[in-house]
Design a protein around this ligand. Sequence first.
Ligand SMILES: [Zn+2]
Length: 141
Amino acid sequence: MRSHPGSCHCGAIGFDYRTSLPPAEWSIRACQCAFCRAHDALSASDPNGELRFVARDPDRLQRYRFALRTADFLLCRDCGVYIGAVIEIGDGYRGIINTHALVDAPADLAVTQPMSYDGEDVRERVGRRDERWMPVSAVPW
Ligand SMILES: [Zn+2]
């Protein structure tokens, strides 16, 4: 697996996204919810990969929940960058990254797919994330 590090602008929080998929085969989703549109966020995850979130300065980590309040969206309190999201399912965590927070954005990223998850209830939302989001081996809290 190859490591693709990511970070907020000031470096307080970040992630290590590990996948064996070449960037041209990543699943890149442009969620159309108001939060993701406001951040111009592009989500990626590899259910067969591994994701770690880190906080050099945990005091600057902001966890934000909205809508069905099932996941924590991770933002930096200082620089405001949104780096990814985490959901707790069973006794583990699954997550996504915001590809705009990658330190070295691959030039050959896959084509973006617009997504709308309006109308999902809690069971559907958690079920989709359980399938499509990726295992998170470390969270900074
Ligand atoms: Zn920051």
